[in-house]
Design a binder for this molecule. Sequence first.
Ligand SMILES: Cc1cc2nc3c(=O)[nH]c(=O)nc-3n(C[C@H](O)[C@H](O)[C@H](O)COP(=O)(O)OP(=O)(O)OC[C@H]3O[C@@H](n4cnc5c(N)ncnc54)[C@H](O)[C@@H]3O)c2cc1C
Length: 501
Amino acid sequence: MDHENLHDTTALVVGGGPTGLTAALVLAANGIACRVIERRTAPSSSSRALGLQARSMELLAGLGVAEEVERVAYRLSGASVMRGDDELVRLPWIPPDSRYPYTYVLPQVGLEHLLRTRLGELGVEVERGAELQRLTQDDAGVVAHLADGRRLTAGWLVGADGARSRVREELGIAFPGTATGETYYLADVVLRLATPIEDSAMWLGPEGPFMLMRLPGGEGLWRIFVDVTDAARAADLPEPSAEILGDLLDERGPGGAGIERLDWTSVFHTRVCLADAYRRGRVFIAGDAAHVFPPFGGQGMNLGIQDAVNLAWRLATVARGGPQNLLDDYETERRPIAAATIRDVEARRRMYALRHPVARALRDLLLRMGGRSERAARSGARKNSQLDSGYSTGGPFAPRPRVGDRAPDGALGTGTVHERFGPDHLTLLRFRAGASPEPLTRDGAVLTVSVDDGTDPGGTLRARYGMRGDGFVLVRPDGHIAARGARPTQARLAIEALQPQ
Ligand SMILES: Cc1cc2nc3c(=O)[nH]c(=O)nc-3n(C[C@H](O)[C@H](O)[C@H](O)COP(=O)(O)OP(=O)(O)OC[C@H]3O[C@@H](n4cnc5c(N)ncnc54)[C@H](O)[C@@H]3O)c2cc1C
């Protein structure tokens, strides 16, 4: 159904953070009318999340943003576990198999700027000073009531309005969870270091971790992340000042360092919550509106970006008349990923929060052993990169990569197969012998790509996709495998299941 004629817009995105901006970018790339409303009257100046993981970068590449991120971010090389000025162990980063195999460090405020700029190029401007207060919905659409008295109607609404989501509240979706008890100071500072530090370092003392991460964009810019739980329990915690942070540096961080400038501070109380549902009728929640957890490993913002891509291609397809059941799978796929990420991040939080000396000594020993094991480093980097976040439902004997897995990358013709994927189309990889005179053909929202002796002469891509004879792999707009098989009729049916009727 074309909602443009019935409503003010087809899709209304509430919240102009990374999740909302990404959702709007996917919708706009699909030519779907969308609007983004944002409560703030000016862009946020708060630094917050610092890292883009490989999987988010692959998706941002399809939205035309990854190159800009690469230009302004730096690639994290690993982290050192320190005692005073001595490095106990360097936890190396072993790049996983991806075109973007690092954590790309840039503050959230910078990423939001890049996303907004790209969205503007696609003709969508964030509408500022527009706060959603109440919403109602029926079978035909959604009505958003704004704080300034305006009323906006839409076919669908995406609640990307952060941890205190009004949309979630209006839908009556529970957000169960717990405050896990730690308090951290965060600060972006200009630091004078007596001994150089490579990108990232942590001191795991008896009062919890003290961490430093280099920031891009200038000499001496660092993020401080320090556990102040014990101090917060003992007395009222003051706001972090240069003096307080300087004392903490002296006591718990590198020797001889000094703060030259304080750019941003925050006090962070850890909590873990996961929404009971991601959808009610025509309204969805995504990003921090659906899940919050501590920032260990830099996963939260990335999860939101990936929620947004998963939801928005479905919305775009359904808005063009595609099967409604596509929308049910958003929650089925994304909520378990959030639950699994929360389990991992919780394990890290507990490990860092250890206070008992014996438990700490054991942890430090394990970290040191882990730092010397290439296997452990490889698997840690792989996990952090979110490249294995998939939706496979196939059993252990299903051919790999399975339906639901991220479609692997690899050389194809003069480029790569990932370069052929995109948020506005399905990609049909047709594996066959010989060489096709027309390796690329586009029919509406389906791009057919021939993987044959001409485009994949050594058969490397064929092997990556576990394809023996002729066959096909159908890839969704978010780069996950929708279907695979041997017969063209199977391919046709799989395409029909994902297309407007
Ligand atoms: C101090 C700190 C450090 C962090 N570090 C990391 C990290 O290193 N790595 C990582 O991955 N994550 C990190 N996170 C988490 C990360 O910041 C969030 O996961 C991310 O911001 C989520 O994006 P979002 O778009 O879902 O929500 P938000 O960024 O919260 O955006 C929501 C937007 O909605 C707007 N809004 C709210 N209510 C309304 C309304 N009623 N009407 C209209 N607009 C509304 C808000 O103004 C806001 O702009 C950190 C978070 C904090 C607080």
